[in-house]
Design a protein around this ligand. Structure first.
Ligand SMILES: *Cc1c(COP(=O)(O)O)cnc(C)c1O
Length: 420
């Protein structure tokens, strides 16, 4: 089946209750019915709901659906995108290990993976993902994961995915890619040899800025890469926290199972059933929305490109963009979502534009159906000096847009007046 159909039907049997909408299982716990069933569930002799911190039937549908949309083996939902990134990495690396992290990624992922994770004894080495020329030299025996974004927020960069995957395969290292901005509609990481994809479902998947959630999807065949791989002994040796269970011996997708049975169980960043339900609604229309976001962004980018007061436009979907070759190589119809950035003369003019637009909201978020405008130099990157801003590629006159689902002509009109 194709993605549009899977997004509407996969993972839910309507005959069960006859409801068209997936029911919300707003429950903490489940009645096992008998002591034997309870024992069997805990012993993994049969899989079934135990307690909502571990699993929930509404969340099961969300997990099955995202796995199907990305052609993955299994998925696990988390309380947020940040939790998804943390669990994916903490499932591979532990104290004394290192991870390789792309330079151009989301700010929250940078602080998590290069600062906070140090407290757990894991160190990050940053690599240039545009070309990945420095990646191989950073690898050692303790390297447990390579992390990058398929379409980065906010830089709108597209890494050299082929090269990163080839190097990871050479050294039997697991790749984790954040596919939040591209979504499964524009890019399917697991079909390109990436092992694990993670999402902030709070963005395009939610679609209407109404829920925080995260997703982790494991590739088909990932068990074979983990079983017997000396880099990942904890999948192959007894887990003392689970009666000496050896994940490699189980007939299940062990990457996500180990997150469920240890990380989610113990750390507890679980998604609420109602948020799972909201994200299921989001998935139903994701393909329509993402294509329309991209078409709208293309029109706005083309307008900005032709405006005399705009110095530069970054949108890989535009034929003239330096990243268009990669957009064509990797992304469905070379579409690259609703994210774009442009540069004007200086800080004052940038602020004037933010204050003059009527339709765009001044917000730090992306992927909402409502259009958003941000000025990084005065918000997300405020602490940096002028020189540091230049180094980070954040010019004082840089403006970022998350193009929504309004009529593109109205958005263009709004920007035209603001630009004066
Ligand atoms: C927003 C975002 C995150 C963090 O997700 P939350 O759901 O806000 O925790 C991670 N990665 C990317 C690319 C994002 O845009």
């Amino acid at each position: 089946m194709n993605q549009e159909t899977l997004a509407l039907h996969y993972g839910y049997d309507k005959q069960q209750f006859g409801t068209m909408s997936v029911p919300i299982y707003q429950t903490t716990a489940y009645d096992f019915g008998s002591a034997e069933t309870a024992a069997n569930r805990f012993a993994l002799k049969e899989l079934g709901p135990i307690y909502t911190r571990l699993n929930n039937p509404t969340t099961d549908v969300l997990e099955a659906r995202i796995a199907a949309l990305e052609n993955g083996e299994a998925a696990i939902a988390t309380a947020s995108g940040q939790a998804a990134i943390f669990f994916a990495i903490a499932n591979l690396a532990e104290a004394g290990d290192n991870i390789l992290v792309a330079k151009k990624i989301y700010g929250g992922a940078t602080t998590l993976l290069t600062h906070t994770i140090k407290r757990f004894g894991i160190t990050a080495k940053v690599f240039e993902s545009d070309n990945a020329d420095d990646l191989e030299a950073l690898i050692d025996d303790k390297t447990k994961a390579i992390f990058f974004e398929t379409l980065s927020n906010p830089q709108i960069a597209i890494p050299n995915i082929e090269k990163i995957v080839a190097i990871a395969q050479k050294y039997n290292i697991i790749t984790v890619a954040d596919n939040t901005v591209a979504t499964p509609i524009l890019f399917q990481p697991l079909n390109h040899g990436i092992d694990v994809s993670v999402h902030s479902a709070s963005k395009y998947i939610s679609g209407q800025g109404s829920a925080i959630g995260g997703l982790i999807v494991e590739a088909k065949g990932l068990n074979a890469k983990l079983i017997g791989n000396p880099r990942y002994p904890h999948f192959n040796e007894p887990d003392e926290s689970y009666h000496g269970l050896v994940y490699a011996d189980l007939p299940f997708p062990i990457f996500s199972l180990r997150i469920r049975l240890s990380l989610i169980r113990d750390i507890g960043a679980t998604i609420a059933p109602f948020n799972s339900w909201l994200l299921i609604q989001g998935l139903e229309t994701l393909s329509l929305r993402v294509k329309e976001h991209s078409r709208n962004a293309y029109k706005v980018a083309s307008f900005l490109k032709s405006h005399p007061k705009v110095k530069k436009v970054s949108y890989p979907g535009l034929e003239s963009d330096p990243l268009h070759v990669r957009a064509k190589q990797y992304f469905t119809d070379a579409q690259t979502s609703g994210l774009l950035s442009f540069e004007v003369e200086d800080l004052e003019f940038a602020k004037h534009i933010l204050n003059s637009t009527k339709i765009f909201s001044v917000v730090v978020n992306i992927g909402d159906s409502k259009s958003i405008i941000t000025h990084p130099a005065s918000t997300t990157h405020q602490q940096l000096s002028v020189e540091e801003l230049e180094k980070a590629g954040v010019k004082a006159g840089l403006i970022r847009l998350s193009i929504g689902l309004e009529n593109a002509d109205d958005l263009i009109h709004d920007l035209k007046i603001a630009l004066g």
